[in-house]
Design a protein around this ligand. Sequence first.
Ligand SMILES: C[S@@+](CC[C@H](N)C(=O)[O-])C[C@H]1O[C@@H](n2cnc3c(N)ncnc32)[C@H](O)[C@@H]1O
Length: 233
Amino acid sequence: MMAAPSENESGNDLQDRVEKFYEDAKGYWASVTPTVDGMLGGFAKISPTDINGSKSFLRQFLKISGGSLMPNRALDCGAGIGRITKRLLLPIFDTVDMVEQDQHFCDNAREFIGSDSSRVENIFCSGLQDFTPAEQGYDLIWCQWVLGHLEDDHLVKFFQRCQKGLREGGVLIVKENTLESDKRAFDDSDSSYTRPKWDLEMCMINAGLKVLSVQKQKGFPKDIYPVYMFALQ
Ligand SMILES: C[S@@+](CC[C@H](N)C(=O)[O-])C[C@H]1O[C@@H](n2cnc3c(N)ncnc32)[C@H](O)[C@@H]1O
């Protein structure tokens, strides 16, 4: 586990390490421009492929395609300025809420989203480790390119709160970078972990989530991490 105490580490040292993990990430994102390129670390060009891949993965779960998912209310987690809210969720769902830890992204989101931002009901400025989705509040909860910013215990508990936040027939979708090796990698520039796929799946299983479907995103450049989509309940 990421935050397991190392040899001779006291409880206070562990707490300091976890605090530093979150504080360093905050510091990194506070310095990033509120643009799609900023959200994607200079890879704005992959955004249309990403959104199209997400749309086709999501489609199978929608009521209109024979699934259980009503297109009523969605939650975008680690939403940044609302790239996914604007391009994926608002075209499908009646209303969307966003949760994002960085204040300047939250402040810029409505302008970035434009006129449809009237259907964004809430923008919660909070770390996911401290956030609880409204119980049975959402048909869809979408988490993308953010969960490497949570340490394992917080991630498992967050998954459990998401499960409670789903309405009947609702789905939690996770879309994250993964590693093909057996060990996770730490990026000290933005203070995040990239987990191997099995490691991320362990967190899902430990949270008691059921995996409905897993798919690899196609069409991304060869030099970026493999990205997987997981549909969960
Ligand atoms: C790579 S960007 C992705 C943004 C958005 N999901 C997208 O795909 O366009 C990561 C986002 O996660 C946010 N973030 C980082 N740590 C977070 C945390 N602990 N809780 C919530 N959001 C966090 C960052 O501020 C940033 O907006």
